[in-house]
Each structure stands twice: as C-alpha cells, then as structure tokens.
Design a protein around this ligand. Structure first.
Ligand code: ADP
Length: 482
C-alpha cells in the first residue's frame, strides 16, 4: 500500500506566475509540481497583493477568516493548490511587493510579513476548516516568522508542525528595531538569542533559522559559504551552530517554459543536434540591440544591476570585451549609477554594446537563444538561474566560481575539455583582471569551433530539471515528518 502524500504548506512572498521580483518566485512557483511525483502534496500561500487579487479571476473560495489580523480583517482565499492571504490593510496598495514605485520599502513591512507568517502558522496548524498540513516550508525573511510562531505560539490544541526554512539569499534578512517586538504577538521567551532577537533588534530570517527543524539553501557550495563571515552576513555563527540541520539543494528550472525546442518567444527553435539554427536567433538579437555584425562572440547579461551581481566589475571589463572583438547585449535594472555606467559604455561603443534597462521575460528568452555566452560575474550567488537557462539554450556560461555557479557549471579546464565534460568558464575572485582573463579564455575557446560546440552540447545535455531537487526536498520532508 502506498502511504498518503505528505501535505506541505509552502509559504513565499512571491511565486510564478502570480508575482515575481527574482529567483525565489521561480522556485516557489515550481515546487508543487516538482514535489507531486515524490508523494508530496504542496500548497503555496502568497500575499494578496493588488495585482494578484486582480488576476485571481472567478470568485475564489474563502477558506478562513480573521476578524483582526494585525490591524484589519483578512481572508484566506483558495484556488486550486494555491492560497492567497487577502488582507487589504497590508497588501492592497499600488507599487511593488516590498515597496512603492519610487524604490522605497514600505515602512510597515515588518507588520505585513509578520501578519503573513502568523496566518501561515495558523493555516499550517489547522485553523482553516478542511485544510490539514504535516509540515510548513518557509521561504526567505518574509516567511521567517512562520516557524517562530509554530514554535512559540502555535494554534491552541494543534499537534506540532515541523518547519523547513529556506534561504534564497542571505543578503536579505528582514531586520527591524526592537520596538516592533511587543506587536508581534509572541511570548516574552521568544525575545532571546535563540529566538527572534538579533543584534538588539528583531531578525525575521534569523527567527526562522533558529526555529525551523531544518534549514536549506539553494546550492551545496552556498550552504558551505554561509558558514563564513564573508557570506554569512552576521548569521554565519548560527549556521555553523546548526551544523547538520543545514542542507544545500540546487534549484531546478522549468523545462517546459525554458525549452529551445518549443520556445514560442524565439525566432527559430533548435536542439543540440541543430545548433546551426541558432544563427537566426543570433542575428535577430543583434538587430534588436542595434549591434553590428561581427565574428566575435555575442555576450549577454540578464541581471539585476547590483553590487552582488558584480555589475560594477563588468563595467570595468567592457572596453576589454570590445577590444577582443566581442559584442554585448545587456538586459537589467537596478542601481541608477550602474545603469548610467552601462549607458555610457554603450555610447562609447555604438554597435558593439547594447543596453536595455527594464524587466522583459520574453526578451530574456530571445537573449538566451541568440547569445553565444552569458556573463554572470556575481560576488555571491546562492544558486543563480540565468546560467542554468544558458546551459539549456547553448549560451555558454562564463561565471564567477561561487555558490550555485560553482556547482552547476563545469569549467573548461584541459581535463574537462579532454573528456567532453566542460560546459562553461569559471573564474576566481570578482575583480576586473579576473573577469578580463576569463574573457580571454572564452575567446580562445570561441576561436576553436569544435571546442565551442562541445561546450554548448555538453551544457544542453545537463539535466537541471526539478526532478532531482524535488526528490531531495521530499526526502528531507519525510525525515522531519517521521
Ligand atoms: P536573483 O534571484 O538573485 O535576481 P537568479 O539568477 O536566481 O537571480 O534569478 C533571476 C531571475 O530573474 C531569472 O529568471 C532571470 O532570467 C530573471 N531576470 C532578472 N533580470 C531580468 C530582467 N531584467 N528581465 C527579465 N528577466 C530577468
């Protein structure tokens, strides 16, 4: 007899296709389907932002009501395997999930996401009639208090529900002043070193990391890196102390949405056996970015424009990239100074560097399909998705050797090339000289079409589907529930 599925409440502040600002949304959106084949029934809970509610469509079922959730009434809306927390006083506002359109965080983010986490703990604890869960899986600081509520203030009479806390990026920790603590609805004993207190304030991610039965992050290398001060950003001691409870599970990608064989967004579909068909995508991409024809590689970048992503270092290497005969198509948005620097580089190198500021999903597909190589010079990268899309699309990743980039790209060293295992180029240390040297190595490979195509084919043959990661999460849940 097969055992009944493990029922997991996955709690995330964003999930594809409903709301996305980064990789977290891809992961949260993909998890339920990835887990289903492994005996896990996952339901995702997200906040009812204005856009999400508008797109919910036909009247969803109300599964639970709160008369007063942190200052106003709230409802739990259910649609298929998705739950939405409709709390207008917290989430029904214009702008982005975490702030206004001018880029300022909402000042009441602590209240918004404490309420979200409280609701999640209530639902996981069985407060909503007809909804039962065996485990709560919290993602990032926005859901960080949920394991703390389960630990310090569970639903009265409920059986204990274990929690998993996943770190998608240690740089975002949800730190707030101590004054908010009395308003969180937690008992006094939660104000402790092994509770929510963090450097004299309240740490939302920290609370989750202390309270969850298991911690995961999105690659084995990042799981090791965050044990060190440089990557742990204040929480490295906690991560070291939790030792064997910390796991690294690489993200998968959605192989249906990201498939060059069937991608409706690209000019010409292709496979590893028909790589020559990429030429049409390459020409279309060059035209779209106003780049002149050339023999050198067409590099792409699809990224948030931030210090983490090494975009300042990229700027320093752009003259060298052009000097080598390369061209660059860049899509991204973020820091104003970096945007200005990129525009200046494009003005310096018309026809060689094309910059598009903004967020454009379809364009990102056309870039992966038409680019020869994707640059990812991140200072730290918990997992990274764009290099995985690059691998699948035959757009060779050139990456910093850190976090998930180190785990998913096989450097084209002599040994790896000899056995046909290499899939890209890795470099150590994110500074201009290292990136320039990586560009030199990339050009050497590019000049040998056989080597280059071997890189492309080996990359396209990698399996970064969710199958493996889904199995790893399911195995972890099973341990905790048993
Ligand atoms: P992070 O979550 O740190 O931003 P990831 O590489 O994990 O980095 O995920 C970024 C996701 O966002 C990828 O799916 C990538 O394709 C997408 N993305 C980033 N910037 C843009 C953009 N300007 N336009 C379209 N997609 C973007």
């Amino acid at each position: 007899m097969t055992s009944p599925p493990i029922r997991v409440l996955s709690v995330a502040s964003e999930a594809v296709p409903w709301v996305k600002t980064g990789g977290l949304a891809d992961v949260a959106g993909a998890l339920p389907a990835a887990l289903a084949p492994h005996g896990v029934a996952a339901t995702t809970l997200i906040p009812g932002y204005r856009d999400v509610l508008a797109r919910l469509g036909k009247r969803p079922r109300t599964a639970h009501k709160w008369a007063d959730l942190f200052g106003g009434p709230a409802r739990l809306l259910a649609r298929d395997a998705m739950l939405v927390l409709d709390a207008p006083h917290l989430f029904d506002r214009p702008g982005r999930p975490y702030g206004d359109d001018a880029g300022h965080d909402w000042p009441d983010n602590w209240r918004r996401f404490a309420a979200f986490a409280r609701a999640a703990a209530d639902v996981a604890g069985g407060a909503a009639k007809g909804l039962r869960f065996d485990l709560l899986h919290a993602h990032d600081w926005q859901a960080g208090l949920a394991p703390a509520y389960l630990r310090f203030a569970p639903v009265a009479g409920s059986k204990p529900v274990p929690a998993v806390m996943t770190i998608h990026n240690m740089a975002f920790q949800g730190y707030f002043p101590a004054e908010v603590f009395p308003q969180l609805g937690l008992p006094r004993q939660a104000w402790a070193m092994d509770g929510v207190e963090y450097h004299g304030g309240v740490g939302l991610l920290k609370a989750g990391l202390e309270s969850a039965q298991a911690i995961t992050t999105v690659s084995p290398t990042y799981a090791r890196e965050i044990r060190q001060p440089e990557f742990g950003m204040g929480l490295d001691g906690l991560i070291r102390a939790r030792g064997p409870a910390v796991h690294g599970i690489v993200n998968g990608i959605d192989g249906t949405e990201w498939n060059p064989e069937t991608d409706p967004a690209i000019a010409a579909c292709y496979t590893a056996a028909t790589l020559h068909d990429r030429a049409a995508n390459r020409a279309a991409l060059a035209a779209e970015f106003g780049l002149e024809p050339g023999d050198g590689p067409l590099f792409i970048v699809v990224s948030r424009l931030t210090w983490q992503k090494g975009m300042d270092v990229l700027l320093e290497a752009l003259d060298h990239l052009v000097w080598l005969g390369g061209r660059l198509a860049l899509l991204g948005s973020g820091d104003a100074a970096l945007e200005a620097g990129l525009h200046a580089a494009a003005a310096r190198h018309p026809g060689r560097i094309g910059v598009r500021i903004g967020y454009d999903e379809a364009l990102s597909h056309r870039m992966q399909a038409g680019g020869d190589a994707i640059l990812v010079p991140s200072r730290f990268e918990p997992c990274g998705l764009t290099q995985l899309y690059g691998l699948r699309y035959g757009c060779v990743p050139v990456v910093a050797r850190t976090g998930g980039l180190a785990d998913t790209v096989i450097d084209a060293n002599v040994a790896a090339l000899a056995i046909g295992a290499a899939t890209g180029v890795q470099f150590d240390g994110v500074h201009p000289a290292a990136l320039k040297a990586a560009l030199d190595r990339t050009l050497a490979l590019w000049r040998c079409p056989e080597d280059w195509q071997a890189l492309q084919r080996a990359g396209m043959a990698q399996d970064f589907s969710w199958a493996r990661s889904g199995a790893a999460y399911a195995a972890l849940y099973r341990q905790l529930v048993a």
